[in-house]
Write a protein of this length. Structure first.
Lengths: 293, 171
């Protein structure tokens, strides 16, 4: 009661009940709206993919396919990179851009090759990603290519307020581009700088579009969402090597199933000197660096 | 040091261009189907016997002055010359230190005599590039696809363009 004139204070009972029932209605309605792609029932997902294909055909011309190839049971993907062999030629960077339909302008590149000085060792404070000599390797330098480390304990997925990014069963950390709200918390949380934001609508030349698309991977992204390396989900879930593995002229990149004792990746871990980046953060990366020599 | 008729293997093919596939690799533990592309001969050089068939064999270690002069040996050249790897009786093959002949498709056995740990890693898929499927059919490259046997050091490459530095909006 208003102490001054004895009338009921705002909100009146009527306006309170109206507001409360609106809120309740809105809550129920949000549950009816679109859900994240990984929660979609199968037939609804197929429809959504067909819609995407239609949209991409209209935009880029020609045929495209958007797949939702699921994780292979019993597979946990891991990657190994031989720092003693990498010569910093950046062929992987550009193969990745093509394979994964990364924006040319503004430029988005999932792989970043850091040039480091021999005498400093792995030291991020002095690493240079913009090196451009006539020929590589430069004397006195070694190279550490970085991309998403596909952490077993990923900090990025934990901070997402929308639940738009998560770790799949085969260990790949993915982003639902339709659910991402672009807040970039995940970019702040990632200790490896592996996530990239589309500040503007990406440009991909029509004739360079990779038309073999995965819904959680290389399909063209809208503006305002975050993207990242997916271990070439559209290839690796079909059993193929990632594009960067196949392009590397020195064969420094290795890929395979961590759960298969006969895989290349297990051979590396069991026979070579292996390190992970920023081990002290307990992110448990599935991206290993090793010395092959 | 210029060397004679061992010009067989030449250019280092970096970009890959694996071509069609032959010669499954035997041995190595698992009998996964592993395949290598044909050896990277320079054009028109193979079979060696097409020239050498009628020639007399000269086993004296020497500099070659008439033919194969483009080959510069930088591979322990003080201790080695053509006939240490190339076979003098069967011109189209190589031979191991034991004298056992090996084909060019199996030249990795020859390399592995000295570089045994590299051969072991290569068989496991750790040394060198593989393509194909991580869970099935894989394709290897021969040592000679990346390392010119006469000058095996990996040659420097021109790097692809550097990333653009972040653009700062004008204020």
């Amino acid at each position: 009661m208003d102490p001054l004139d004895g009338k009921p204070a705002d909100p009146s009972r009527r306006s309170f009940v109206t507001a409360a029932s609106c809120a309740a209605g809105a809550m129920i309605l949000t549950a009816c709206g679109p859900r994240r792609l990984h929660e979609f029932p199968k037939e609804r997902l197929r429809e959504a993919l067909a819609d995407m294909e239609k949209r991409y055909r209209a935009e880029y011309g020609g045929d495209v396919e958007v797949l939702d190839t699921p994780a292979i049971p019993g597979v946990l993907f891991a990657y190994a990179l031989d720092i003693s062999r990498c010569i910093g030629c950046r062929r992987c960077v550009h193969a990745c851009v093509k394979e994964n339909n990364e924006s040319r302008d503004p430029q988005v590149q999932w792989i970043r090759v850091l040039s480091m000085k021999n005498e400093r060792g792995v030291d991020f404070s002095e690493a240079d990603p913009y090196y451009a000599p006539a020929e590589v390797p430069e004397p006195g330098h070694f190279y550490v290519p970085t991309a998403c480390q596909q952490c077993e304990n990923p900090p990025c997925t934990k901070v997402c307020p929308a639940g738009a990014t998560w770790k799949e069963k085969d260990g790949i950390v993915v982003v639902d581009y339709d659910w991402c709200i672009g807040c970039r918390y995940c970019m702040a949380a990632c200790p490896y700088g592996a996530r990239h934001f589309n500040w503007a609508a990406p440009t991909i030349p029509k004739d360079e579009l990779n038309r073999h698309l995965h819904v959680l991977g290389n399909r063209p992204r809208p503006a305002g969402v975050v993207e990242k390396c997916t271990f070439c989900i559209q290839r690796t879930r079909e059993g193929r090597y990632p594009a960067c593995v196949e392009i590397c002229p020195v064969g420094a990149r290795k890929f395979g199933n961590l759960l298969d004792p006969d895989s290349e990746i297990r051979y590396v871990i069991e026979h070579k000197r292996v390190l992970v980046l920023k081990e002290e953060l307990n992110t448990a990366p599935k991206f290993f660096y090793f010395y092959g020599t | 040091m210029k060397l004679p008729w061992l010009a067989a293997l030449l250019t280092v093919t970096l970009a890959g261009a694996a071509g069609e596939v032959s010669a499954p690799i035997p041995a190595g533990g698992k009998d996964e189907a592993l395949e290598v592309p044909p050896p990277p001969f320079s054009e028109g050089i193979f079979p060696c016997s097409s020239c050498h068939a009628g020639m007399e064999v000269n086993r004296t270690r020497r500099m070659l002055e008439d033919f194969h002069t483009e080959i510069e040996l930088k591979h322990d050249e003080e201790h080695r010359w053509c006939l240490d790897c190339h076979d003098a009786t069967d011109r189209d093959r190589l031979h191991l230190a034991s004298g056992e002949p090996v084909s060019f498709e199996q030249s990795y056995l020859l390399c592995g005599q000295c570089h045994g740990e590299k051969l072991r890693d290569w068989r496991a898929g750790i040394h060198g590039r593989r393509s194909g499927n991580w869970n099935g059919h894989k394709r290897y490259l021969l040592c000679a696809h990346c390392h010119n046997p006469h000058q095996p050091r990996f040659r420097p490459l021109a790097p692809k363009p550097a990333p653009e530095p972040p653009r700062r909006p004008a204020r």
